[in-house]
Design a protein around this ligand. Structure first.
Ligand SMILES: Cc1ncc(COP(=O)(O)O)c(C=O)c1O
Length: 365
């Protein structure tokens, strides 16, 4: 008998993940493929996180601490907030979902600013929310447009800052203006998955707004990017304790695996790994800027660990050509731009390989 899914599911498009290295190597019969498609840290995890996990392995027979006590304590000290301001999730993806599960009623409006991270739309639609789109203008958020779009039905605003896939950033001044205008019934979600890479003095201090407590704001961060722990799935949210308490009500009892908790707590203290990761990213982005400029390809200066760049030919074609050379990137069409690519900044060697392959693709075209 045919089983009907909830009507809300009709709008949902399945997430299309970046191709895993092993899959590409298997399919093409090649070795040494590199993945510059999911904004992972090319240096890998912090050595302190690896050592902590090794020590903890034998506790795998126990359920993890559902409250993530040690990790929250470490985060609270690191961020200078109370432990009750924190919730940890199975990646920040899970927290996006907890937010809509806890706060969204069917028919509520959710503001999303494309091109952006697809999980905002997913989390909204899953709960029957109605997405209202405020498209970016030349890849920068249209903040006046966003303010104007807030209406009586608006419940949630999702802002990636820096944004994925563009790497662009909302400044402190622009965010302040938006926040001042927020009605009491609206929740602003500031997704700061890439905040540790930002090298601009104009980046907003989102935690100051959270501590201030006058508006409904949650900041989301993750151990998947600069901390190099994407495979362990650990992200967290920072918000007023009353808001956090609602999210705890809808999370599963053991939502964060114990190795992830142990690794994340150790990674926070590894400032050397963090600095190295920042440095490699900063140098990599300068290299890519120079090379793309010399090839005459447009790119957006990035505040994150990836570059949104013009594709020399339709992006799927370029993707396939690069793939045949063992390089996995992200096509812009999944964000609505057939003439763009998103490439993660890799190690110096990976960046050189990417540029060499891109030059081959250009000369072949
Ligand atoms: C803007 C943004 N937010 C959140 C995430 C998800 O991070 P996590 O691995 O913590 O679920 C990503 C991952 O690509 C992202 O780009």
């Amino acid at each position: 008998m045919a089983l009907s899914p909830r009507p809300a599911l009709a709008a949902i498009k399945p997430y299309e993940p970046g191709k895993p290295v092993e899959e590409v190597e298997r399919e093409l019969g090649i070795r040494n493929a590199i993945k510059l498609a999911s904004n992972e840290n090319p240096l890998g995890p912090s050595p302190l996180a690896l050592a902590a996990m090794q020590q903890a392995l034998e506790k795998a027979s126990f359920y993890p601490d559902g409250a993530c006590f040690n990790l929250r304590r470490a985060l609270a000290a690191h961020l200078q907030v109370g432990e009750d301001y924190l919730i940890v999730g199975n990646g920040s993806d899970e927290i996006l979902k907890l937010i809509t599960e806890a706060f969204l009623q069917e028919g509520d409006a959710v503001l999303v600013c494309p091109p952006t991270f697809s999980e905002y739309e997913f989390a909204a639609q899953l709960m029957g929310g109605k997405c209202r789109y405020v498209p970016a203008v030349d890849f920068n958020y249209d903040l006046p447009g966003l303010k104007a779009a807030v209406g009586r039905q608006t419940k949630i605003i999702f802002l990636g800052n820096p944004n994925n896939p563009t790497g662009t950033m909302v400044t402190a001044a622009d965010l302040e203006d938006l926040i001042q205008s927020l009605p009491d019934e609206v929740l602003l979600v500031l997704d700061e998955a890439y905040c540790e890479y930002v090298d601009s003095g104009a980046y907003p201090d989102s935690l100051a707004y959270v501590r201030d407590g006058k508006k409904n704001i949650i900041a989301l961060r993750t151990f998947s990017k600069i901390y190099g722990l994407a495979g362990l799935r650990v992200g967290y949210g920072i918000a007023d304790p009353a808001l956090i308490a609602s999210l705890h009500k809808v999370r599963e009892p053991f939502n964060v695996n114990f190795l992830g908790q142990v690794a994340a707590a150790a990674a926070i203290g590894d400032t050397r790994h963090l600095e190295q990761s920042r440095q490699v990213n900063a140098e990599g982005k300068e290299f890519l800027y120079r090379e793309l400029q010399s090839l005459g390809l447009r790119y957006l200066p990035t505040q994150a660990n990836f570059v949104w760049m013009q594709a020399p030919r339709p992006c799927r074609e370029v993707f396939k050509e690069l793939l045949s050379r063992g390089i996995i990137v992200r096509t812009g069409d999944i964000f609505g731009y057939d003439d763009y690519l998103r490439v993660t900044i890799g190690t110096p060697e990976q960046n050189v390989r990417f540029v060499a392959a891109l030059k081959e693709v250009l000369s072949a075209g």
